[in-house]
Every structure is written in C-alpha cells, then in structure tokens.
Design a binder for this molecule. Structure first.
Ligand SMILES: [Zn+2]
Length: 238
C-alpha cells in the first residue's frame, strides 16, 4: 500500500527538505525516478528555435472566473470553481486548475533567479499536468494591469476572487518549452513546461495580503538539465 501525498509531510528545509523527498515514501520515490526533473536553468543560448519544432506551441484561452484561495503544501493556491480558463497544446485541452507562488523563483534564466515565480497548473482529461511558469519582480505600487486593479474582485475574507488569470501573464508571450517534472512531491514526470522569458511585475501590496513567511524560501533547488531538449518560441502573432 503506497502512502499518499497528504499523509507525508515535506518541507524546504531539514529532515523533510528537497534532498530527502525521495526517501519520505514510496510515492515520492517513484516520482523522483523520472530522469528529467524540474526546475532547471534555462538559457537562450543553445535552445532549439520553436520554428524547428514539429509542433505549435501553446494557445491561451483564459477568461474572468471565480477562484477561492487556500494555503496548503507550503504555498498559497488560487483554485477556480469552474475551470473555464484553459490552454491548448498539440490539440489537447488542458484546464487551469491551480495558481500558486514560489519565492524566490524556481527556474533561472540566463544566470538570473527572480524574486517570485507564479505557476499556472493545468490538467487534461487524462489527469496529465501542464505548467506555465512566470518569473516576477516585486514592485511597491499597485499596478494598472496587475491583480488588484478595480475591475477584479479580491475578497480574501470571503475566500472569493473574481479575476482573469491573464493578469499574471507578461505582455510578450515568448517562452521556453521543455519536458520536466512537478517541482513538489511527488516530483513525477513527464510534465510539459512553458516558462516565459519576459518577467512580469507583482505588487508588494498584493503579496502583503498573504503571510509571506509561508511563501519565503519555497523553491526547489535547480535540477540537472542533462541531455534534454529545450525549445524557445518567439512571440507568436495571434
Ligand atoms: Zn509550483
């Protein structure tokens, strides 16, 4: 009988920290056996141009919908009620099922780590995940195009938020694509990853609504890239 995730506590430090995750239970051990783990260091140099790929990249179809927020698994999650927002990759629809935060970023780009990484987690009908990563800078002011603007509703007391998840995406849609794993236990793969190379801005005011000590330091260390192929897609005209 395999022990399930919720039964086995894990953290980012000490005895339950990342270097021990694979020893905590069989389920985590099986996940860690996937050879191509995440996060990794992404570099423009050496990345395969998306033009050489035999497939199209990601198509976003995000819309304003209702979310609730919850704290679990060492971060804050925004979870949609109806999962109407989705992406399409290689003809398969993946519904947006979760948005959460890592401080600092898990992926590095061209030698740089950023203060925040947002993960937009999607799932298809077969239960396969696809994750979009957005690296962020933190700025002091409320941003006109950010998550606290007037047209969105953020009611953390009622646990009801109404927003378009596009507020977390950068303006340019150029991005890296590679196959990796989940970055939290069980670190299973294969997972299709899409990481934007334009950083976006997140306001300090937005982050201060949450207990930042929960979020701080919740990043898995970099994993080896090994021989895996990393694609880079220039912005696609829509
Ligand atoms: Zn994540």
């Amino acid at each position: 009988m395999i022990k399930r995730n919720m039964d086995v506590p894990w953290s980012y430090q000490g005895e339950n920290g990342p270097e021990h995750w694979h020893t905590l239970c069989d389920w985590y051990r099986e996940g860690a056996e996937f050879a191509y783990q995440s996060p990794i260091h992404l570099r423009h140099e050496g990345a395969v141009s998306g033009k050489q790929a035999a497939f199209e990249s990601l198509h976003f179809s995000y819309r304003t919908e209702r979310f609730t927020e919850k704290e679990f698994k060492n971060t804050i999650h925004f979870i949609p009620f109806e999962c109407e927002s989705h992406v399409v990759f290689k003809g398969v629809r993946y519904a947006l099922t979760d948005i959460h935060y890592h401080l600092p970023s898990e992926h590095w780009i061209d030698g740089e780590q950023k203060p925040v990484e947002i993960h937009l987690v999607h799932m298809n009908n077969e239960g396969t995940n696809l994750v979009v990563g957005v690296l962020c800078e933190i700025v002091p002011e409320i941003l006109e195009e950010g998550p606290l603007r007037q047209s969105e509703i953020w009611d953390l007391d009622q646990h009801l938020e109404v927003f378009d998840p596009s507020v977390f995406l950068p303006r340019s849609k150029s991005h890296f694509h590679y196959v990796g794993s989940l970055t939290t236990p069980p670190t299973k793969g294969p997972i299709n990853w899409f990481v934007f190379d334009e950083t976006t801005k997140l306001s300090r005011v937005f982050l201060s609504q949450f207990q930042e000590e929960i979020l701080q330091g919740n990043n898995r260390p970099l994993q080896e890239s090994k021989d895996r192929r990393i694609y880079y897609f220039d912005e696609v005209e829509e």
